[in-house]
Design a protein around this ligand. Structure first.
Ligand code: PLP
Length: 374
């Protein structure tokens, strides 16, 4: 069966380039955890993991047990940290497949300790230093450390935390406050006999903009996929990054319409002039967001063409009036480069009022991923 031409092209050489670029930019000796949760930010877990394993990732970070298992099935033998908690019933799988749980409450710690039986389970502890999402509240670190010290078959291998606003230079004071709270919390564990082998707090913006936060390991997600334009602070020195995902399709139909013609659901676009209109086989079910209605752009024959009218579930209409020689079957770039024109995930994000991560994560399973330069 030949699929429709709507495809995400994933450049594994650029993925490896970004890994090396971030590592050399950060410098020093911190280990690097490749964060490939959410299907590697939409790029494909298995293929990205294998490439990053080859590039030298020390750890992998995922959000769910299912994602961790996918890595083990793909043959990844490196340590895997699962950020998403250990839900009742998952304890034995974590132990059996050697997936490192991140713990943030004492009940979970006890369940893992019990499941470990006479063995030892290695865990990482998450401290909430100001993100307010999951984590042992920093003010309760001492009590938590004391309770944890009674669970003899748990080994606290690492203590970590997560930044709330390391991407925002105006929040630098808060980021430094988080670092201070983190060190104070770690000291509470150390004074109760816990000796974590390493500490980690830096995500992508932390590692780039707050060198003092790199500790023993950095946890890098977005930068690996070349997504830096909208999640790094604007005025700092940055590692060189290359986009990893391109999104392409082909024109399905071309028509000429007279002025006054309205297009799409809700008739939100009216042709002001005699126009050439193209229809392309991608819509919001594919992750081409409805927020791009009358805002997004694509590249066809080396020229930008604006989205005309509402993005629908399976189709999007584009205005080809200013595109040279628009024909059925012409290649359409939704993310990527053609000739002198470029569209980044960051550009779509701006037009759809979101961030680049949500754009690439949102490219749905209906779109096949094609891997190049593997
Ligand atoms: C997603 C995530 C990261 C990676 O964040 P990036 O901004 O993509 O580098 C790091 N740590 C935790 C706990 C995360 O959930």
């Amino acid at each position: 069966m030949s699929p429709r031409p709507t495809t995400a092209i994933i450049d594994l050489e650029n993925l490896k380039f970004n890994f090396r670029s971030v590592k050399s930019f950060v410098g020093g000796s911190p280990m690097c955890m490749a964060v490939i949760k959410a299907d590697a930010y939409g790029h494909g877990t298995k293929e990205c993991a294998v490439a990053l394993d080859q590039a030298g990732a020390d750890w992998f970070g995922v959000a769910t047990l299912e994602e961790a298992m996918e890595l083990r099935t793909a043959g990844i033998g490196k340590p895997i940290l699962c950020f998403g908690g250990v839900w009742p019933g998952q304890e034995s799988e974590f132990l059996k497949f050697d997936i490192t749980p991140l713990i943030f409450d004492i009940q979970t710690a006890k369940r893992i300790s019990n499941a470990a039986g006479i063995g030892t389970a290695r865990v990482h502890v998450k401290i909430d230093t100001g993100m307010g999402r999951v984590g042992v509240p920093f003010a309760e670190a001492a009590a938590f450390a004391a309770e944890l010290s009674f669970l003899r078959n748990l080994e606290v291998e690492a203590i970590m935390s997560h930044f709330a606003a390391a991407d925002d230079p105006d929040e630098a004071d808060f980021t430094h406050l988080q670092i201070d709270r983190f060190h104070a919390a770690v000291a509470e564990f150390q004074s109760r006999g816990t000796r974590p082998r390493f500490l980690d707090i830096a995500n992508s913006p932390g590692a780039v903009a707050f060198p003092s936060s790199t500790e023993d390991m950095i946890r890098i997600g977005g930068l690996l996929f070349g997504l830096g334009g909208d999640v790094l602070p604007p005025n700092v020195e940055k590692p060189e990054l290359k986009p990893v995902m391109s999104l392409v399709t082909k024109v399905a139909q071309v028509k000429r319409v007279p002025p006054g013609t309205t297009l799409g659901y809700g008739r939100t676009f009216t042709a002001e002039r005699e126009s050439v209109i193209g229809t392309i086989p991608i819509g919001y079910h594919d992750g081409y967001r409805r927020g791009l209605t009358n805002k997004g752009r694509v590249i066809i024959n080396g020229e930008y063409a604006p989205v005309a009218g509402r993005v629908s579930m399976d189709w999007t209409i584009v205005d080809l009036t200013d595109v040279p020689e628009p024909t059925v079957g012409a290649e359409v770039i939704l993310i990527g480069r053609q000739g002198q024109r470029t569209l980044l995930a960051e550009d779509l994000a701006r037009e759809a009022s979101t961030i680049s991560y949500e754009i690439t994560c949102g490219i749905s399973g209906r779109i096949p991923r094609v891997y190049v330069n593997g």
